[in-house]
Design a protein around this ligand. Structure first.
Ligand code: NAD
Ligand code: MG
Length: 391
């Protein structure tokens, strides 16, 4: 039977890798919806190629462009964030959530109500609203599968195991663009330098988050939310080769590692075929040729984001939504040239302390509305912090 699939964030790095896998076996799938933002040409081309029912852009003002690009193809066009939520709610057996940022939360949440499978690349939704996502999945009988190399690795290492037998979880980090830079030079890091990753080819935002370690900070929280382990059971290990993605340590001292090339089509393909394993077009590692793997302890002076993740988990409530919103706003500031690379973590720290002091809503019930409101307030607080620091 053909499976109905939807890809939210189809034009991005994860979206395009997902399309690559689907295109190789198109007879097995009916594509329901593809969504994107400003890359209308790509969105329309893929929607026509994959015979999608509907293509949706996040931008209302690009609806006419999308309609023109789809003219005569039979693919419907729609625009705006409500239309993305509506596309996510269209019946599908498998939905990829690969929008970048908190914008992915509402469509991912809509998709979770279908009772089918959500492949979750949008880690921001777990950081902002982990408990809400898990509860919603459980309530509707939806299977939520992680699509992050580390979390897919942990998931795979845990197959057949009891979570109570887990002592610790180690997620690896390449160290990003500035792993070996002298500390005092970090302040001068440019956008172009931060946007180039030593091992992974990813979207620009997550690439910069890898250099600042905010990506790993988010992943520590993602690990806690998804696997329900204690924060003190989660470790970060710098591993420059990015081939061991995560290790799970059990009470008997055994460590189960997941090893593979840095290619997201593995985690995407695992989620696409789960519970089966299917052949995937990823490189087979020649370990003898690689020779050795390297490991280092992470340096929290170089990467304050890791400390901020621990403080966020300890503070609880909706502090994850604050961390994410402040991080996204600081990243916008760095991309726009308003902040230095090293100021991003200062903005996040300022925003977390201000919100913990002034915003009682962060300790209220976690609902989509409350998370959205906290996200909004934290962005305002982060913008004010940027004006103060940079001004
Ligand atoms: P990307 O920037 O390459 O693509 C982002 C996608 O989101 C695009 O389709 C874009 O059109 C869409 N988008 C952007 N803003 C939007 C908005 N406001 N509303 C609706 N859609 C919007 O990002 P990516 O690297 O593919 O990352 C996507 C998600 O997957 C992120 O949450 C990221 O953390 C996660 N992830 C990515 C990788 C990777 O290898 N790229 C690995 C692990 C996890
Ligand atoms: Mg990752």
């Amino acid at each position: 039977m053909r499976r109905k699939v939807t890809i939210l964030g189809a034009t991005g790095s994860i979206g395009q890798n997902t399309i690559d896998l689907i295109r190789r076996n198109l007879d097995a799938y009916d594509v329901v919806a593809l969504t994107g933002a400003s890359n209308i040409a790509q969105l329309a081309r893929d929607a026509i190629d994959l015979k999608a029912d509907i293509a949706v852009t996040a931008h209302d003002n690009l609806l006419d462009d999308l309609r023109d690009a789809l003219a005569g193809s039979g693919v419907q066009a729609a625009a705006g964030s409500a239309a993305i939520d509506e596309a996510a709610a269209r019946p599908a057996d498998w939905i990829m959530s690969a929008i970048v940022g908190a914008a992915g939360l509402s469509p991912g949440y809509a998709a979770l109500k279908q009772g089918t499978t959500l492949a979750l690349a949008n880690k921001e939704s777990l950081v902002c609203a982990g408990q809400l996502m898990l509860d919603t999945a459980a309530q509707h009988g939806t299977r939520m599968l992680p699509v992050d190399s580390e979390h897919s690795a942990i998931f795979q290492a845990l197959i057949g195991e009891e979570i109570s037998a887990v002592e610790r979880i180690i997620i690896t980090a390449s160290g990003g663009a500035f792993r070996d830079w002298p500390l005092e030079k970090l302040e001068t890091a440019t956008l172009a330098q931060a946007s180039s990753h030593p091992n992974w080819d990813m979207g620009q935002r997550i690439t910069i988050d890898s250099a600042s370690m905010f990506n790993k900070a988010m992943e520590v929280i993602e690990t806690r939310e998804y696997f329900k382990v204690r924060p003190d059971q989660i470790e970060v290990l710098v591993h420059p080769q990015s081939m061991i993605h995560a290790l799970v340590g059990f009470v008997d001292g055994a460590l189960m590692a997941h090893v593979g090339p840095p290619d997201m089509r593995h985690a995407i393909g695992f989620a696409l075929h789960h519970p089966a394993r299917a052949a995937l077009p990823v490189e087979r590692l020649d370990l003898a040729a690689i020779g050795s793997f390297e490991f280092r302890a992470p340096d929290e002076v170089r990467w304050p984001a890791l400390r901020l993740a621990r403080e966020t988990m300890a503070a609880g409530g909706m502090n994850g939504a604050v961390l994410n919103a402040a991080k996204e706003t600081a990243l916008d500031g760095f991309i726009a040239g308003a902040l230095k690379f090293t100021q991003m973590s200062q903005i996040v720290e300022d925003t977390l302390s201000q919100m913990q002091r002034d915003c009682s809503l962060i300790r209220d019930t976690m609902s989509l509305d409350n998370v959205t409101q906290v996200d909004h307030l934290a962005r305002e607080a982060a913008k004010a912090a940027i004006t103060k620091r940079a001004g």
